[in-house]
Design a protein. Sequence first.
Length: 166
Amino acid sequence: MEMPMRGFLAFCLAMVIGGVAQAQDGNPAEPTDADRQKIAECVASAPHENVSPLGCIGMVSDPCLAEPDNESTPMMAACLEREAAIWDERLNDDYQALIDRLDKTEAAKLRDSQRAWLAVRDATCDIEGSFWQGGTGYGGAIAGCMLRETGARDISLVALRTYLDQ
């Protein structure tokens, strides 16, 4: 079953809005400052520990998923959305910090690259979600993909900024 891109984006928006609304009812979808700090510390320490910062993806969602009360599909999706929101915040901040350092030509290239990445991320998560054919795992598949892809993109932007600092 094929979902048009507009439908996919509407679904993602509904998941985010639903996740925020559920978080107010005690759902684990809302990231905390401690969650943000945990990921920030992991990313900052990874190069010094000679490990890939990609290992930081899952630092918040994995323990959340391991909680006995979070075994339902909606709760699993909420755990994944919680961390995805942090990576999305980081991505936006790191993208802006990088773009601010570039000249006009380089900034345009980064902007084009980011737009292309967004299209690839959305298509990748759309295909992963389609494997569930609208079943109960669909939301979690999308949320997990968005988490993984957004975290990896943020880490690549951090690496570019680190390269410029050298």
